[in-house]
Design a binder for this molecule. Structure first.
Ligand code: ARG
Length: 423
């Protein structure tokens, strides 16, 4: 059944590029794209955004067994760069640092590029009709003239049906994590869903975690250096985003940092229980926010929470190229010019806590804040605050007085009415 991909018979719809992982869904898609959708050839594309090596081995082996022309594209650097933009935006969605979400537009663009190079006429993914990923992929792909195909969704396929189909046709699906949770891993996070975790009250054991150990009593201090809001060094050593994230996942993961269990509101409205591990993201997000707290003014910090929230929302939707995101990044760029400095983080009890920060841009005067100096700044004295203290709360005191008086009047009237009796 696997077709000879060198065939030049133009009888069908040409070549389709399939987002290929070697799992059950994308494996059954290969014959289906030829037989049900009339494509002459299928090429499989796996994009490297930092998955574990076994996943590439699985994709490679399955592709070979299927006779599928298979390409692997390394997009780790591009993906890590986008994650660093997420750090500048303190980006989380309902507590999750967007690992799966931010990876999708990177993967989709890389596949589109391969498809263009090979003169493909179609683009296909193995996502179901229930999740977010179908929307994130297609948001990128529908910008091209190629046909977009989602066999699992369009044919309403279930895992059970796919297993039978694969068995009937002797498709190579024996490997993989059949029966296990559904797992999505990349540089920025590892997510686990399905099986008993679908019950929100079910308390998972240690077995669902792979990147993080149960927190012990041990602690470790790390120093993260930032330039323009980008993390650039670890303990004084300059490092690339990919290396930094990989190292921190290991280091902070060993201290049990970066576990979240969320009831996630998906784009289509479904609530899904998700468990995530993201040690590096937790450390970098905490450190970044810690540095912002030193160098940004109160108003900038407050307003930036709205900007960050919108950035994260678009990130979750897979729409990082939206004009809104560019506009938000205009604000972010302006503020991050001062987010340069060093933050000390302590890993302790499964938490990453800021325990020190310094920057040449600190909006901070130890002299002014100190209890031991009289002069605040440029001739302002303690006693100058007396007038401010007299005014502070003026409106609230007046409002409460007016309200109390009105209440007293009302109850006095009620007593008088009661006294004269009813009509
Ligand atoms: N729900 C998350 C999201 O849409 C991640 C899902 C990851 N997939 C998985 N099989 N665990 O961003």
């Amino acid at each position: 059944m696997p077709q000879d991909t060198t065939a030049d018979d133009e009888s069908g719809n040409g070549t389709v590029a399939l987002a290929f992982s070697g799992g059950l869904d994308t494996t059954v898609c290969v014959p289906i794209l030829e037989e049900e959708y009339g494509y002459d050839d299928v090429i499989g594309v796996t994009v490297d955004v930092g998955q574990p090596a076994e996943e590439f081995a699985e994709a490679e082996e399955t592709a070979e067994a299927l006779g599928l022309e298979h390409y692997v594209v390394d997009a780790k650097e591009e993906f890590a760069a986008l994650c660093m933009d997420g750090v500048r935006a303190n980006a989380t969605y309902q507590g999750y640092p967007l690992g799966t979400a931010l990876a999708r537009p990177v993967i989709a663009s890389a596949i589109l590029e391969v498809a263009e190079e090979h003169g493909c006429t179609g683009l296909a993914h193995g996502c179901t009709g229930k999740g977010n990923d179908q929307l994130r992929f297609e948001a990128v792909w529908r910008d091209s003239d190629m046909e977009v195909i989602a066999p699992i969704r369009e044919m309403g396929l279930t895992r059970e049906w796919e297993k039978e189909y694969a068995a009937e046709r002797d498709l190579p699906v024996e490997g993989g994590n059949e029966g296990d949770w559904s797992i999505d891993t990349n540089l920025w996070s590892r997510s686990v869903e399905g099986k008993e975790l679908e019950e929100p009250s079910y308390v998972p054991g240690e077995e669902i975690y792979e990147w993080t150990s149960a927190p012990s009593g041990e602690t470790l201090e790390l120093e993260i250096g930032f330039e323009d809001g980008y993390p650039v060094s670890l303990d004084g050593q300059a490092t690339s985003p990919v290396d930094l994230v990989e190292t921190l996942n290991e280091t902070a993961g060993a201290y049990g940092v970066g576990r979240t269990d969320v009831m996630e509101d998906r784009m289509l409205g479904l609530k899904v229980r998700e468990n995530y591990e993201h040690p590096a993201a937790t450390v970098l997000l905490a450190a970044h926010e810690g540095l912002e707290s030193l160098v940004l003014t109160k108003e900038e910090r407050q307003f930036k929470t709205y900007v960050d929230q919108e950035w994260a929302e678009k990130g979750y939707e897979g729409l990082v190229n939206a004009p809104l995101v560019r506009a938000l990044e205009g604000f972010i760029d302006e503020t991050q010019e001062r987010v340069t400095g060093t933050v000390t983080i302590r890993l302790e009890g499964g938490q990453a806590r800021v325990v020190g920060r310094e920057s040449p841009y600190a909006v901070y005067s130890a002299e002014a804040a100190s209890f031991n100096t009289e002069d605040v700044m440029g001739g302002i004295e303690q006693n100058d605050a007396t007038g401010v203290a007299k005014y502070h709360g003026f409106q609230e005191r007046l409002a409460n007085k007016v309200f109390d008086a009105a209440k007293a009047r009302e109850s006095a009237e009620a007593v008088t009415d009661g006294g004269t009796g009813d009509e």
